[in-house]
Design a protein around this ligand. Sequence first.
Ligand code: ASP
Length: 334
Amino acid sequence: MKDLSTDRRRFIKQASMGTIAASIAACTPNTEVLQSELTEDPKSSPIPLVISTWPHIADNQIALLAVQEGRLLDGIEKGINNVENNPKDQSVGLGGRPDRSGIVTLDACIMDRKHRAGSVCYLKDIKNPISVARLVMEETPHVILAGDGALQFALDKGFKKENLLTDQSKSEYLEWLKTAEYKPQINVELHDTIGMLAIDERGDISGGCSTSGLGYKMQGRVGDSPIIGAGLFVDNEIGAATATGMGELVLTTLGSFLTVEFMRQGMTPTEACKAAVMRTIEKNKETYKDMQVGYIALDKFGRFGGYSIQPGFQYTVTYQDHNKVFDAQSYLPK
Ligand code: ASP
């Protein structure tokens, strides 16, 4: 097992006591987090660990099993596959809400400890875009494949075409068509992309992100989720971050990259997520009150956190035999 203590000491040294105190306040519900924020002892870090946006306990558990076996990337892929395969989840994979033309299009990306990345955008008829994104990363010279090219690549790799529009999502869409009123503002019910980050016992980090995007988006719209640095960013030397919420705001601040860069400057994960949200607010003063953006982050030592504009954003942390769903702190009060 890699000795993290030297790195950890350097990292902790960078953070001022004020910084650490603020992060303690941000993490009050979980005493184990308090310990991992404070200690320099690598043995007390709760790693391996998986963190994901929204309440995704079963999916995190699947991921953690693989991570514990030393299969970090399989953990990310299989954990996210479990959400993609669930027709009841209307924001990811099978059962995702369609665009305003009634077509389900999926976005996903993956990034690993070696700084490799793969992504698919505007993928139709294939329920596991995270798996296709992984193959783009591992088996092509490219990072992003989109639309028909992404579909053809998936078919060439043996993925099967299927109808992703479930009866539930179809009937809600037909209801929506009666007014066809599209509000760029989103609420918590219309989005819950899965972003998942994991750290293994060596301290290596990978992450993935998968979504059907905003419900009733314009045809052709691609959000933040498949864009490296926006919906997801991993720097194995520092940590990782992933986003959920209004993709346009995440795209224009490159929010996940920004969050990781804030951690590089010495912020804790919670502080970094908060700083990225504050940047979004600063750049969208007229509109942010009607929008949701949430980030989660994980650093090299297994410390984690989250922050959002609106209340109601949750994230799930799984390690050893613990599963904890946290209410992220938010800029706007409840
Ligand atoms: N970020 C996603 C997008 O804009 C939406 C979501 O988080 O549900 O496509």
